[in-house]
Design a protein around this ligand. Structure first.
Ligand code: ADP
Length: 422
């Protein structure tokens, strides 16, 4: 093997730990080597191809592909069949050296490096030294190496398959979401365009002023349509803010009793119309929490709205609270259709709605009127931004027996640190 003048030798060091990278780089730089570094295996392979190093120092425990796998891959490339590849590892366990040599490494050095001897050791490998391994040992370890590779490949395939399933599911949810959003926006748009058309016709047909009650009726209709559209757009914007971690919280003292009362008043008419029995506990006694009142109200609003939507006419909703240590647990319980165990986590995902979108309706209050599947994702985002927790307890889903659902919102009294996802 040709001797390479130390001054011109180029060394590639593949290592994910920045401190080790810096140390080795400094030690070898001082001796006049040109050192290039890569932080992971795939980057290492492309840097090897680009820089044609005279020697490669290879960390073994790397994320994604490990050092042995990269070595085997490099050995299969035409330019790297003879390049010295020296394993550099903190793992001293038995068989590790043989495994690295069987995978194609020329030598094996352990970390932490011995700063004084290290340049000499590297130089020896550059000058053609290679660690010895018997044929039998090599065969035995080659087999282990192959088995490790196949096991890793199998695990990787499982991982990729499940990631692929998740992506497909998300893709389906997003497609459903687009259909639902179009539907949600089209309904108020039809309303607005109907009233605008009516107004236009009336103005053109009559020379006199339009009767006041008609103008009021048209204005109310237009307003209703605009409010509905605004609500849909706001919901989408809020969920996008939560997803990108840019939900701003304006912290201040918050009385949960007042928020619950405000939300209840918004629904009072629906509650009466659908003959629901809403009972609110003695929330005034709850301690004041530090939080963003408007955001927390919106979280409570979504949960109460669901309790109303998924409880049949004549059913009951109970809203109670209790102080638990330095937290408050707000509990919203309904006697509705319930939620199966398997969905208790997923209902808090974006776009997730149980059941088919064919049952989707734009009503916010009708029994089982579907929504955009964003409500609980918004709730989770808001509560977690307050360093709190939200979860559901429900025995099963049964639209005939109505086992009911119980949602808990657990909030810390104080916000010690910066809110969690901001
Ligand atoms: P949606 O807009 O569909 O209501 P949410 O994110 O608010 O979206 O809720 C997700 C799903 O969780 C709903 O589609 C519904 O199936 C289920 N769900 C939420 N709250 C309740 C409840 N109180 N009772 C039964 N099912 C519920």
């Amino acid at each position: 093997m040709n001797k390479i003048a130390t001054q011109s030798a180029k060394i590639l060091y593949i290592e994910d730990d920045p401190a080790s990278r810096r140390l080795v780089q400094r030690v070898l730089d001082n001796k006049g080597y040109q050192v290039v570094v890569a932080a992971d295996g795939l980057e290492g392979i492309s840097m090897a191809r680009e820089h044609h190093p005279n020697l490669i120092l290879m960390d073994i425990n790397l994320p994604s592909m490990d050092g042995r796998e990269i070595t085997t891959r490099l050995r299969s490339l035409p330019n790297f069949s003879n390049t010295p590849i020296v394993a550099l590892t903190a793992n001293h366990s038995a068989g590790n050296r043989e495994l690295a040599l069987a995978a194609g490494c020329t030598g094996f050095l352990t970390k932490p490096i011995d700063v004084t001897n290290f340049p000499g050791q590297v130089n020896a490998y550059l000058e053609g030294m290679s660690d010895a391994i018997s044929i039998d040992e090599k065969n035995e370890h080659l087999q282990r190496h192959a088995q490790n590779l196949v096991t890793r490949l199998e695990n990787k395939i499982h991982e990729l398959e499940s990631a692929n399933r998740r992506l497909r599911e998300l893709d389906r949810l997003k497609s459903d979401f687009i259909i639902m959003v179009s539907h949600e926006l089209r309904t108020p748009l039809t309303l607005i365009s109907g009233y605008a058309h009516l107004l236009d016709e009336q103005v053109k047909q009559s020379d006199d002023m339009l009767p006041a009650e008609m103008v009021v009726g048209v204005a109310e209709g237009l307003n209703l349509g605009v409010v509905r559209m605004r609500d849909v757009v706001n919901e989408i914007i809020k969920v996008a803010r939560i997803a990108s971690g840019t939900l701003d919280l304006a912290l201040g003292p918050v009385r949960l009793s007042e928020l619950v009362q405000d939300v209840y008043e918004e629904y009072q008419e629906v509650v009466e119309k659908r003959n629901l029995n809403v009972q609110i506990g003695d929330l005034e006694k709850l301690p004041v929490v530090q939080g963003d009142g408007a955001q927390l109200k919106s979280a409570i609003y979504h949960i109460v709205s669901n309790a109303i939507k998924y409880t049949p006419d004549g059913g009951s909703i109970f809203i109670v609270g209790r102080a638990v240590g330095d937290t408050v647990d707000l509990i919203i319980q309904d006697t509705g259709i319930g939620i199966p165990d398997s969905e208790h986590r997923r209902i808090f995902d974006q776009f997730y709605t149980l059941g088919s979108i064919d049952h989707h309706s734009t009503s916010k209050s009708a029994f089982q009127g579907g929504g955009l599947g964003l409500g609980l994702a918004i709730v989770k985002g808001i509560i977690e931004a307050h360093n709190g927790r939200v979860w559901v307890e429900s025995e099963r889903r049964d639209p005939a027996q109505f086992p009911g659902s119980t949602f808990h919102i657990l909030l810390p009294l104080e916000q010690m640190n910066k809110p969690a996802n901001l």
